[in-house]
Design a binder for this molecule. Structure first.
Ligand SMILES: NC(=O)c1ccc[n+]([C@@H]2O[C@H](COP(=O)([O-])OP(=O)(O)OC[C@H]3O[C@@H](n4cnc5c(N)ncnc54)[C@H](O)[C@@H]3O)[C@@H](O)[C@H]2O)c1
Length: 447
C-alpha cells in the first residue's frame, strides 16, 4: 500500500510516521519547503514525545519519505490523506477551508488510477461533498472515492493515541474505499480496535461532537471548581467522587484555567456556527465557548487578588506557556490571554516553558524570557503555574521561597499539595480548593 500524506504538521507527520510503522509506504508532503528540508535533514519541526525515533527508524527502513512535490506522491498512491490546517476563519469563526480545498485542487490534477482521498483534517459537515465536487469537476472520468477519517490523537501522547486508538471512524458509502481503509488500518483491526463505519457526513459530525463534548466536560468541572471555592469544598475530591461513576468517567474532570490548544477552541466555535447556519442551534456549546473565553481572562484577576488586589510595579513569574505539557503548541493557550492582562495591570512578567519558548516568542511581547524555573521566580511577587509540566511538580519549595520577593503561588493546574505549600510559608491559591494563607496553618492547624 502507498499513501500520500498532505500536510506535515502535528497530525500529518504523526499519521505518516505511524502508517509507515504499520508497513505502509508513505510520502509526507508539505508546501512549507523549509519544514520539508528540516525533515529531510533528520530534524523534527515540532515537539512530540517519541516522534523523532519513529520518524528516523521508518526513514531508515525506506518506508517514509518527505517531499514538497505533491504530484508524484499522489500519482503513485492508493490513498491520499488530507491533513492540512483548518483554523478559525477570521471574523465569523467558521472553519477556514482554504487549505483543504487548495489541497483538493492540487490532488485532483495529480490523480492517477483508483485513489481513495481521505479527509483527516477536522472539517465541517459537507466538506467531503465539496471535495468530491472539486475532484469530479477537474477529473470527470477519474476513479476515486472521498472518505472522512477524522483524527482523535492528542498532542503530547499522539503516537500512542494513533497506535492504540479507542476507535477508528471511517465515513464512506463505497465498499471499495472501505476495503482500502481496512487494509491501511489492518494492524489496528488485528488488535481489535473498534472500527466505526458510517456515512461521510456522519463521520464529520462525530469528530466535532466528540470535541464539543470534551470541551463541555472540562468547562463543567471548571464551573464546579468555582463553586467549590465559594463553598470551601475541594474539587479534586468532587471530581474523584463523580468520576468513579462509570457513566461519568474520570477523564477530563481536571479543572484548570480554561481549555486551549489547536482543536477545542476553534472546533467548538465552528460547530456552533454550522448549527446556527442550519437553524439547529447548540446552546450548550455556545455557552461553553463563552464561559471558557471569560474564564481565561478571569485567571489574571485571580493572580491580582492573590497579590493583595494590585500588581502595578510587581513582578509575576509564569511557569508554563503551552496549552498543555509535552507539546510546544501555543495555539489558543490560556497564557496568551492571561499574560497580556497581567502586563496591562502594570506587572512585569517573567516566563519559562520547557519546550514552548520558541513558539511563544512569536506570540508574546513585553515579557522577560528566562532559562529555568528558578531563574523565573527570582525577585517575583507571585508565581503562577499555567501548564503542568512534570519538572514544575518537583520544585524545591524552600528554594523558591528564598528566591522570591513575596511567597505567593497561584497553582492553576493544582500540581501542589496545598498543606505542603502552606507549610513552606506560601500563600497558596489554586483552582477549586480553598485558598490557604500561612497564618491559617498556625491559627487553625493543617487545613
Ligand atoms: N493538532 C491536533 O492535536 C489535532 C488533533 C486532531 C485533529 N486535528 C486536525 O487536523 C488538522 C491538521 O492539524 P495540525 O495541528 O496538524 O495542523 P498544522 O498547522 O500543524 O499542520 C498543517 C500543515 O499543512 C501544511 N499545508 C497546508 N496546505 C497544504 C497543501 N496544499 N499542501 C501541502 N501541505 C499543506 C502546512 O504547511 C502545515 O505544515 C486540522 O484540521 C486539525 O483540526 C488536529
Amino acid at each position: 500500500m502507498r499513501v500520500a500524506m498532505i500536510g506535515a504538521g502535528y497530525v500529518g507527520l504523526v499519521s505518516a510516521a505511524c502508517f509507515s510503522e504499520f508497513g505502509v509506504d508513505v510520502t509526507c508532503v508539505d508546501k512549507d519547503t523549509d519544514k520539508i528540508a528540516r525533515l529531510e535533514g533528520g530534524e523534527i519541526p515540532i515537539f512530540e514525545p517519541g516522534l523523532a525515533d519513529l520518524v528516523s527508524s521508518n526513514v531508515n527502513g525506506g518506508r517514509l519519505k518527505f517531499s514538497s512535490d505533491l504530484a508524484p506522491a499522489v500519482a503513485g498512491a492508493n490513498a491520499v490523506f488530507v491533513a492540512v490546517g483548518t483554523p478559525s476563519r477570521r471574523g465569523d469563526g467558521h472553519a477556514d477551508l482554504t487549505y483543504v480545498y487548495g489541497a483538493a485542487e492540487e490532488v485532483a490534477s495529480a490523480l492517477d488510477g483508483y485513489t481513495v482521498v481521505v479527509t483527516k483534517s477536522t472539517v465541517p459537515v459537507g466538506t467531503g461533498d465539496e471535495i468530491e465536487r472539486i475532484l469530479r469537476t477537474s477529473r470527470p472520468e477519474g476513479t476515486f472515492d472521498v472518505v472522512s477519517n477524522p483524527e482523535f490523537l492528542r498532542e503530547g501522547s499522539a503516537i500512542n493515541d494513533f497506535m492504540r486508538p479507542d476507535r477508528i471512524v471511517i465515513g464512506t458509502d463505497s465498499e471499495r474505499a472501505r476495503d482500502v481503509m481496512r487494509q491501511l488500518y489492518r494492524v489496528l483491526y488485528l488488535i481489535e480496535t473498534p472500527i466505526v463505519f458510517t456515512s461521510r457526513r456522519t463521520a464529520e459530525v462525530i469528530k466535532y461532537a466528540s470535541n464539543a463534548f470534551l470541551a463541555t466536560k472540562i468547562t463543567f468541572v471548571n464551573e464546579i471548581a468555582d463553586l467549590c471555592e465559594s463553598l470551601a469544598a475541594d474539587v479534586h475530591d468532587v471530581a474523584r467522587g463523580m468520576g468513579l461513576d462509570g457513566r461519568i468517567g474520570r477523564k477530563f474532570l481536571h479543572p484548570g484555567p480554561g481549555y486551549g490548544g489547536s482543536c477545542f477552541p476553534k472546533d467548538t466555535v465552528a460547530l456552533a456556527r454550522t448549527a446556527e447556519a442550519v437553524g439547529a442551534r447548540l446552546r450548550i456549546v455556545e455557552t461553553v465557548i463563552e464561559i471558557n473565553a471569560t474564564r481565561k481572562k478571569r485567571m489574571a484577576d485571580k493572580i491580582i487578588d492573590a497579590c493583595g488586589g494590585a500588581i502595578d510595579g510587581k513582578a509575576i513569574a509564569v511557569l508554563g506557556l503551552t496549552f498543555k505539557p509535552n507539546t510546544d503548541d501555543m495555539r489558543d493557550a490560556p497564557s496568551l490571554a492571561i499574560i497580556p492582562a497581567l502586563i496591562q495591570a502594570g506587572a512585569s512578567v517573567r516566563v519559562f516553558d520547557p519546550e514552548g519558548m520558541a513558539e511563544a516568542k512569536k506570540l508574546l511581547d513585553g515579557v522577560v524570557w528566562c532559562g529555568s524555573a528558578y531563574e523565573t521566580v527570582a525577585g517575583a511577587d507571585a508565581l503562577a503555574v499555567l501548564t503542568e509540566w512534570n519538572e514544575f511538580r518537583a520544585l524545591d519549595l524552600a528554594r523558591l521561597k528564598s528566591l522570591m520577593r513575596a511567597p505567593v503561588i497561584c497553582d492553576f493546574r493544582n500540581i501542589y499539595n496545598p498543606s505542603q505549600v502552606a507549610a513552606a510559608g506560601f500563600h497558596y491559591s489554586s483552582i477549586g480548593r480553598p485558598a490557604i494563607r500561612p497564618s491559617a496553618l498556625s491559627n487553625e492547624g493543617t487545613p
